[in-house]
Design a protein around this ligand. Structure first.
Ligand code: GLY
Length: 564
């Protein structure tokens, strides 16, 4: 079993560590013959690898990793949030499990207004911001339909980690330090995630007894252990105490959905990703546009490539804002047109290769979307693959822990648009698909994605990063397919982001040459920098020898490749 970050934390196998660090220093991917997990935290990645070594398949590994992340990566790993699990079996049909949160039945488009004025606190940081959690139901359905090992076996490592505790890393220590501010109004959260009110230091042991009890209940009763009975009761009591509208009925009615994945192609690769309520439609749209240019010849990071990517992103994000939302509430979204090669051809005719275009001016404001989500990529021995992205929305979600439950609740309602008039003062109709309504799923950027070629698995990718997710996933694919990078190099390479509005190209600091950026600015682009964008976790199957090659994103130092 190889797991460099976890082994490091546990002080095991110096030689192994050296080998891995050497491999890593030259952007070389970690290579494994049998099975691999790449995730944002090492103990959880190792849990997934151990489950597959014990006879589990990729679904089992993903579920075990996800429950473990709910313990070891509490900023985003969760049982109180939601997400998407894309499963591509080596044989048979792929499936997308949509366990996005839903709006409580009492939700209304104007629920964020106080005396007629929009209240951002209410929208993002209140009991009203909590959507009906989907994670437990989604993982349970995936297990019932495709799991191999007993359900309780998949939860056992997470229960152990919660009840016996684990050692806090440097990264987790600083994350908890800032997370505590979010939790300050919620004593059960502060008690769970601090040492009597003081932030946990690196090296401390974090024990979560209440979470262990909740996980044991889920292990025994399946998703009923979460959506009915004691946990549901405690959760609703806390929500109603805080003025929220989520009810026992909302919890009992929650259903994950098994959807047909969105399909596209890119230079001979088949691409599977997430249909609405994710906005990964934009990913296929961008790949289709890029396909009309010789990116390999244009080169990585050149002005020409950065300009083309920016113009492509600008157009796809405009479409995202105009058209996308929960399909159950928006039956006439033009998805087939947005996905078509013809539409990409049309978009290419609107791109001037010599000058920046301008996003429509207006008062449009995207609602804030947090970069705190987490992604894991998994492949098993049979080459079944899972790409799973899930989230609490903000880091540590709403910051609310219902006393006695031991888990954080999401603030995913913040992903609904604030109010039609506010988000779109120019009267564009496009933002209405994502206004809050009872039972509706809020629009997401989460884009777990799997590529194959001639029926054979090729690449598993995904990232956290809020609205930047789609662009990060795009860039991992372009880096591998066009720029011929291996998995680690593709993850390490510098990133840029444009989302239509604001009309600004955001690049990672020092990601691209000064010359390229100066020329980009001369073409009319407004530039800004950010320290980092996303935290992609990627697996590529080497086409020559069939080995699994992992790229863990060191923008988050706890990201880990584990496997055997
Ligand atoms: N809350 C982040 C997303 O759904 O994309």
């Amino acid at each position: 079993m190889i797991s460099f970050r976890t082994q490091f934390c546990r002080g095991v196998t110096l030689l192994l560590l050296l080998l891995v660090e050497v491999a890593n220093s030259a952007n070389a991917p970690l290579r494994m013959p049998h099975a691999m997990v790449v995730a944002q935290e090492g103990i959880a990645a190792q849990v997934g690898a151990e489950v597959m070594k014990a006879g589990g398949n990729a679904i089992d590994g993903a579920i075990a990793t996800a429950f473990a992340l709910a313990v070891t990566h509490p900023a985003a790993g969760n049982i109180g949030g939601g997400g998407f699990l894309l499963y591509r079996p080596a044989q048979g049909e792929p499936v997308l499990y949509d366990f996005r949160e839903t709006a409580p039945q009492a939700s209304r488009p104007d629920m964020w207004l106080v005396d007629g004025k929009y209240d951002a606190q209410r929208h993002h940081n209140s009991h009203l911001a909590v959507g009906v959690p989907g994670t437990v139901a989604g993982l349970y359905q995936a297990w019932r339909e495709h799991g191999k090992l007993p359900w309780s076996r998949l939860l056992a490592p997470a229960i152990r980690l919660a009840s016996q505790g684990f050692i806090v890393s440097d990264e987790l220590s600083s994350s908890l330090r800032s997370g505590l501010q979010r939790m300050q109004n919620y004593p059960a959260a502060v008690a769970q995630f601090s040492n009597h009110g003081k932030p946990y230091e690196q090296g401390a042991r974090l024990v979560q007894k209440d979470l262990a009890v909740t996980l044991e209940l889920i292990a025994r009763q399946g998703s009923d252990g979460f959506y009915k009975g004691r946990i549901a009761q405690l959760l609703v009591e806390e929500i109603q105490r805080g003025g929220g509208v989520l009810t026992l009925q909302d919890l009992a009615n929650y259903r994950p959905l098994a959807r047909t994945p969105l399909r596209g192609t890119y230079r001979g690769y088949d691409v599977l990703t997430v249909p609405p309520p994710s906005s990964a439609v934009a990913l296929i749209e961008m790949l289709n546009v890029c396909e009309g240019y010789d990116l390999r010849d244009m080169g990585f990071g050149t002005t020409a490539t950065l300009h083309l990517m920016t113009e492509t992103m600008r157009r796809a994000y405009a479409d995202r804002a105009h058209y996308l939302g929960d399909p159950a509430f928006n039956p006439s979204m033009p998805i087939q047109r947005l996905l078509s090669k013809d539409y990409a051809e049309y978009l290419r005719t609107t791109i001037n290769l010599k000058a920046a275009s301008v996003s429509e001016v207006g008062q449009f404001e995207w609602p804030p979307e947090s970069p705190q989500t987490t992604h894991l990529s998994i492949v098993d021995e049979a080459r079944n693959a899972v790409a799973l992205t899930y989230t609490l929305e903000a880091a540590y979600g709403s910051g609310i822990v219902a006393p006695g439950t031991g888990f954080l609740l999401n603030n995913e309602m913040g992903d609904f648009n604030a109010q039609a008039g506010l988000t779109n003062e120019q009267g564009l109709i496009g933002t209405t698909p994502n206004l809050a309504a009872g039972g509706k799923r809020m629009l997401s950027s989460m884009s777990p994605t799997i590529l194959s070629k001639q029926g054979q698995l090729f690449m598993v990718t995904g990232s956290p990063g809020g609205r930047t997710i789609i662009n990060t996933v795009l860039q991992t694919i372009l880096n591998v397919v066009d720029h011929n990078m291996n998995a680690q190099a593709a993850v390490d390479a510098g990133r840029l982001h444009h989302q239509w509005l604001p009309d600004t190209v955001v690049t990672e600091a020092a990601a691209f040459s000064k010359d390229s950026l100066t020329a980009l600015s001369t073409m009319g682009h407004r530039l800004s920098t950010r320290e980092s964008i996303g935290a992609a976790q990627v697996i590529v199957v080497n086409q020559r020898d069939g080995m699994l090659e992992g790229g863990a994103d060191k923008r988050d130092p706890d990201s880990t490749v584990s496997g055997y």
